[in-house]
Design a protein around this ligand. Structure first.
Ligand SMILES: C[S@@+](CC[C@H](N)C(=O)[O-])C[C@H]1O[C@@H](n2cnc3c(N)ncnc32)[C@H](O)[C@@H]1O
Length: 317
C-alpha cells in the first residue's frame, strides 16, 4: 500500500481494507519480532515505515492501538498524522479532479454555447453587473434573485446591489439574496442602505453539512435574505420561511445552488411572465428555474466561461 492514496478509487480501496490493514500491520510487526528481525514494536514500525515510505511514529501508534483496541476507526488504525495526511492529499486530488472536470466542461460548453439560440424570455449578458445594470430601465424588474460570492473581498458589491435594486425594482418589488453566515451583519447593513428588510428565510441543507472549522460548527442551513423596495406589507398567502436543498448540485459551477429551492422561491414571489434579474448568475440556476416556470429572466455574470455554461444549460431546458 502506498503512503497516501493517489486517487479516489485508491482511497475507497484503502478504506475497505482498513480492518485487514490493522491486522496485517500488527501481524507483520509480530512476525518480525518473533523471527528476531525486529527487536520490539518501535523497531518493527521503523522497518515497515521505511519499506512503505510512511511515518514510523504513525505506524507505531497504529500497531499499538491495533494490539489494544477492538474497534478500529480510521484514526485508531492509521494514527492521526497519517489520517490527516490522507485527508489532505485526497482533498488535493478532489480539487485537481474538479479542476480537470471544469476544464473539460468549459470546453464542451464553449462548443455547445455556439448553437445557443436566444429566446425572447431570457437575456444572458456577460459583464460586471455594476456596469451592465446601467442598461436596465427604472422600475422594470419584478424580482431580483441572486447569489453574490461570499468571500470578504466581494462585500462592497452588496452596497452596489442595494442602490441598483432600489432603482430597477418595481415599487414593492422583492430582492432575494443568498448569503453566507460570516459577513451577515455587513450584508444586512449594506442592503438596508436603500431597501427595507423583510425577512430571513433558511435554505436547509438536507443530508449534508459542512464543518466550519474556525467556529467549530456543523452548518446545516444558509440565510436567504429578503428585502423589499418600498412597502413591507404582508403576503396575500401564507408561505413557509424555509426551502430545502435536496442534494449538492455542483456539476455546472463550484458554487452552484440547488434548482428546486430556487424554483420554490420563484413560485412564491412571482407570477408567470414576470421579469427576474440575477446579477451574479454563475451557472444560470435562476434562469433555468425561471424558464421552466415561464418567467422571463435577465442573467448577468462576469465570467465568459459561466456565460457559456448558462447558454448550454438553457438550451437543454
Ligand atoms: C456564488 S456564484 C453564483 C452561483 C449560482 N447561484 C449558481 O447556482 O450557479 C457567484 C457568481 O458571481 C459572479 N460574479 C462575481 N463578481 C461579479 C460581478 N461584479 N458582476 C457579475 N458577476 C459577478 C461570479 O463569476 C460567480 O459566477
Amino acid at each position: 500500500m502506498n503512503k497516501c492514496p493517489e486517487s479516489m478509487e485508491e482511497l475507497n480501496e484503502l478504506e475497505s481494507m482498513i480492518p485487514m490493514c490493522r491486522k496485517e500491520l500488527y501481524a507483520q510487526a509480530a512476525s518480525r519480532i518473533e523471527s528476531g528481525a525486529a527487536k520490539n514494536i518501535s523497531d518493527a514500525s521503523r522497518q515497515i515505515a521505511e519499506e512503505t515510505n510512511r511515518n514510523p511514529e504513525s505506524i507505531r501508534k497504529a500497531i499499538t492501538r491495533a494490539k489494544t483496541e477492538k474497534i478500529g476507526t480510521v484514526s485508531q488504525l492509521l494514527g492521526d498524522d497519517l489520517v490527516n495526511e490522507v485527508v489532505k492529499e485526497t482533498n488535493e486530488i478532489k480539487r485537481e479532479n474538479q479542476k480537470q472536470r471544469k476544464l473539460e466542461r468549459d470546453r464542451e460548453d464553449a462548443i455547445l454555447a455556439a448553437d445557443y439560440v436566444e429566446d425572447s424570455s431570457t437575456k444572458i449578458i456577460q459583464g460586471d453587473f455594476r456596469d451592465v445594470c446601467k442598461g436596465i430601465g427604472d422600475e422594470s424588474i419584478d424580482l431580483i434573485l441572486t447569489d453574490l460570492p461570499y468571500p470578504r473581498e466581494y462585500l462592497p458589491l452588496w452596497n452596489n446591489l442595494s442602490y441598483i435594486a432600489a432603482r430597477v425594482l418595481k415599487p414593492d418589488g422583492f430582492l432575494i439574496a443568498y448569503s453566507g453566515q460570516y459577513h451577515l451583519p455587513y450584508v444586512i447593513r449594506a442592503l438596508s442602505e436603500r431597501l427595507n428588510y423583510f425577512w430571513t428565510f433558511a435554505l436547509y441543507h438536507k443530508g449534508r453539512s459542512q464543518i466550519v472549522n474556525n467556529r467549530n460548527l456543523m452548518c446545516k442551513w444558509k440565510p436567504i435574505l429578503i428585502f423589499r423596495n418600498g412597502d413591507n406589507s404582508r403576503f396575500d398567502t401564507t408561505i413557509p420561511d424555509y426551502v430545502v436543498s435536496e442534494q449538492p448540485e455542483k456539476d455546472d459551477h463550484e458554487w452552484q445552488q440547488g434548482e428546486s429551492a430556487i424554483a420554490e422561491l420563484i413560485e412564491y414571489f412571482t407570477k408567470p411572465n414576470d421579469i427576474i434579474l440575477d446579477v451574479c448568475a454563475g451557472s444560470g440556476t435562476t434562469g433555468a428555474a425561471a424558464k421552466k416556470l415561464k418567467r422571463r429572466s435577465i442573467l448577468i455574470d462576469i465570467e465568459e466561461d459561466n456565460i457559456a455554461t448558462i447558454k448550454r444549460r438553457l438550451s437543454n431546458e
